[in-house]
Design a protein. Structure first.
Length: 253
């Protein structure tokens, strides 16, 4: 079976703040509130995709955050990559060998991660505690993201880590810890499988690059790799998740 390796937030599921119409179903509950949704069409199509391919969520979310997501009433993905690919979940349980290999991969980044934690602890713009997500990368939030990133760039040796932002969120991530590395590691276990990938953000570029066929919004301006098929989706085409899953199910028929 082929693999469908997909980002989650803003790719398959959407925040309650995002307008995806009224024909939706809750995908995530947090502290008693419905915070993420899928379109009903995407939920139905995703179940069909999961019957013909290995659907593998690939997310920067922590394991705990990932486990809040409900894809369907009667099924859940057998495999998932959380923490930017650093954790492989098998039926919701972390694979210890995978995690150890991830820790070994990112070991050169540990000094920079520790320094980033110290810089962020003393950043006056920080609005959230400094977190080491599943022991693999650093995360916090800032009231002045450009200033926080500038402080990090001035202080850190960026040889082994990268800086990312998403709204008020700030990430310091080992360069070897990315979604593409995770998918390439997973491909070793499915050597005959084709990989279809979907993603919407800079975090997803390595994921898209690791696939045989990549789906992305045209606004991402991803141009692809040699020999790769890139399918871009515009807002005029419809909700991104609906369009991607429609095309995947058509491809599998």
């Amino acid at each position: 079976m082929d693999l469908f390796a997909s980002d989650l937030d803003n790719t398959l599921i959407y925040s309650y703040k995002r307008d995806i119409g009224t024909d939706t179903v809750c995908a995530e509950v947090y502290e008693g509130r419905q915070v993420s949704f899928m379109t009903k069409r995407s939920r139905e199509l995703l179940e069909k995709v999961n019957q013909t391919m290995h659907f593998v969520p690939v997310t920067t979310r922590s394991v705990q955050q990932y486990q809040r997501i409900c894809f369907g009433d009667t099924w859940s993905p057998h495999l998932a990559l959380a923490a930017n690919g650093g954790v492989l979940l098998r039926d919701g349980v972390s694979d210890p060998d995978w995690y150890k290999a991830s820790c070994d991969l990112i070991a050169p980044a540990e000094p920079a991660l520790q320094q980033a934690e110290d810089v962020l602890e003393h950043d006056p713009n920080r609005t959230l505690d400094v977190r080491r997500v599943d022991g693999l990368f650093v995360f916090t939030k800032s009231a002045d993201v450009p200033h926080t990133l500038a402080r990090l760039r001035d202080a850190l040796d960026l040889t082994h880590v990268e800086l990312f932002e998403n709204g008020v969120k700030v990430y310091v991530v080992p360069r070897m810890l990315n979604k593409g590395t995770g998918v390439r590691r997973l491909r070793e276990r499915f050597p005959e499988a084709r990989v279809f990938a979907a993603g919407d953000s800079l975090f997803d570029l390595p994921l898209l690059a690791a696939a045989d066929t990549a789906f992305c919004p045209d606004a991402l301006d991803y141009t692809g790799q040699p020999g790769q098929t890139v399918v871009t989706v515009s807002p005029q085409d419809g909700i991104f998740s609906d369009v991607v899953l429609d095309r995947l199910t058509a491809n599998s028929r």
